[in-house]
Design a protein around this ligand. Structure first.
Ligand code: GUN
Ligand code: FE
Length: 484
């Protein structure tokens, strides 16, 4: 790392003596001050608190790459982009990224189980229904110990930020204390997050040691958790609650209905698993005589910005119902390979207008990198299109493949639209959640010879798959990761 500058710490903010328009080493800061006190920041009502000069790559639409060379990006005290335009000779930026680096919108993981972090990569040898009983419920039950939970969150949240996940839509456990401490960890480390206390009360499908004792208790605890998370956020808008019935098999009818009413009363978003596997989809059909999507709608849980994880087995009618309500899917391609019993047809559902983001589903998905997830989304779509039988009929599902730009769109703007947040794209008025990637340094050694590629699309393909080290991450205008 470059280190010719003079740094001094002042009120917790690192200030540099570099001339403002020179290439700078990374500068860390915490809210509310700007990383460097620029002229603009000196004036209390200045719209721009700090500025960054960088080349931007982003996907404003599926299959669309936008490359904006040498941009001057002003970031306001509200964490939003106040100005963004090509740099001129007269511009002074507080931070100038090296010309080889690229700035992309922050990555949005629309489905991840925080308490499953310790079992990443283990125990995927059995189907979903056994995996839950044998491995996952016993692990999640340990989060009654808040000290244990805090230890896990202290590893999880910074690890995700370092991988460029600026927003995470978390399932926590059933425990209100552990859930509140997850919200605090996100707030402390500066990650945008939706945090959901898991509700589950079914007397036969969940173990006695790990469930809400009754529907009423589950609804009360969910309401209290919504209030607690709102209090932790203090109106800042960084961390918000999300109502989280685990999935229909884990919930009684009363709990599902009560959570639907809670969503209506509070206006809080909803997340759940939907038509994930053949077993799960069939269970709901047997119990209600309708699909997951219809059953969720009937109890008031299919709402604007409801996040339906997986949805591998939804019908076209389900999809249309979800579109009508403003709900959408968290596509979890790697997890679906283990538990989904099929490939979610991204292309078909996107073309129909369904909202869609990308999720890692840690730990049903054994990798937490959203850039790796982009690659998995492309891979599974290719297998859907070509089929998996050697010598099989390859014309059965034409047009299913997606490209990396579409996967990256899901990982950024698609996820933001699913959640209803102004992130996922770098443009004036939007939140400055962003990731700087240095293609010349590849800490994980995933791809060599990146510098040999000067074509923007091919460079982007590699970056979106995980090439190049993430050097800086900003959330809400604040630099929260600085590699040095
Ligand atoms: N369905 C219900 N709970 C879970 C979970 O924890 N992970 C996954 N992938 N599916 C679920
Ligand atoms: Fe999941």
């Amino acid at each position: 790392m470059i280190s010719q500058g003079q740094f001094s710490k002042c009120n917790g903010h690192i200030i540099t003596s570099f001339p403002a328009n020179q290439e700078l080493p990374w500068i860390g800061t915490t809210r509310p001050a700007s990383p460097v006190l620029s002229q603009a920041a000196m004036s209390a009502d200045a719209p721009t608190a700090h500025s960054i000069r960088a080349t931007v790559m982003q996907t404003p639409l599926p299959s669309t790459l936008e490359v904006l060379t040498d941009q001057w990006i002003g970031v306001g005290r509200d964490g939003r982009i106040s100005e963004m335009r090509p740099t001129t000779a007269a511009d002074l930026a507080d931070i100038t990224l090296p010309s080889s680096s690229v700035l992309v919108p922050g990555l949005i993981d629309t489905h991840i189980h925080a308490p499953q972090w310790p079992q990443r990569g283990a125990g995927l040898d059995v189907p979903l229904e056994r995996w839950l009983q044998d491995y996952t419920f016993p692990l999640e039950a340990r989060f009654s110990d808040t000290a244990f939970a805090e230890e896990v969150w202290a590893s999880l949240v910074p690890s995700l930020l370092a991988e460029g996940t600026t927003t995470a839509t978390y399932y926590s456990s059933i425990h209100p204390e552990a859930t509140a401490s997850l919200a605090v960890a996100c707030q402390t480390h500066g990650q945008r997050a939706m945090v959901g206390r898991v509700a589950m009360d079914h007397p036969t499908n969940t173990p006695e040691y790990y469930r809400d004792p009754s529907a009423a208790a589950g609804i009360d605890a969910s309401r209290a958790s919504v209030e607690a998370i709102r209090a932790i956020d203090e109106g800042r808008g960084l961390v918000s609650p999300i109502i989280t019935p685990r999935f229909i098999p884990a919930c009684t009818d009363d709990l599902l209905r009560g959570l639907g009413s809670l969503a209506e009363q509070t206006g809080v978003r909803v997340q759940t698993h939907c038509s994930e596997s053949i077993w799960e989809h069939g269970y709901v059909l047997d119990r209600f005589g309708v699909t997951d999507t219809e059953a969720l709608d009937d109890v008031g849980l299919l709402r604007n910005h409801t996040v339906l994880a997986h949805s591998v087995h939804i019908s076209d009618r389900d999809r249309d119902r979800a579109i009508e309500r403003g709900a959408g899917v968290a596509h979890c391609p790697l997890s679906n390979s283990y538990f989904g019993d099929g490939v979610f047809p991204v292309s078909e559902h996107l073309n129909a207008g369904l909202r869609m983001g990308l999720g890692t589903d840690v730990a049903g998905g054994p990798e937490h990198s959203m850039r790796a997830s982009c690659g998995h989304a492309v891979t599974s779509s290719r297998m859907l299109e070509a089929g998996v039988e050697p010598g099989g009929d390859q014309s059965l599902r034409p047009g299913q493949r997606i490209d990396l730009m579409t996967a990256f769109w899901m990982a950024t703007l698609g996820g933001a639209e699913l959640l209803g947040i102004d992130a996922g794209l770098l443009a004036v008025g939007r939140l400055f959640d962003a990731v700087a990637i240095d293609p010349t340094s590849d800490a994980a050694g995933r791809f060599d010879q990146l510098l040999d590629i000067d074509d923007d699309h091919r460079r982007f393909d590699r970056l979106a798959r995980g090439a190049g080290s993430i050097t800086n991450v900003w959330v809400d205008g604040v630099m929260v990761v600085r590699a040095d």
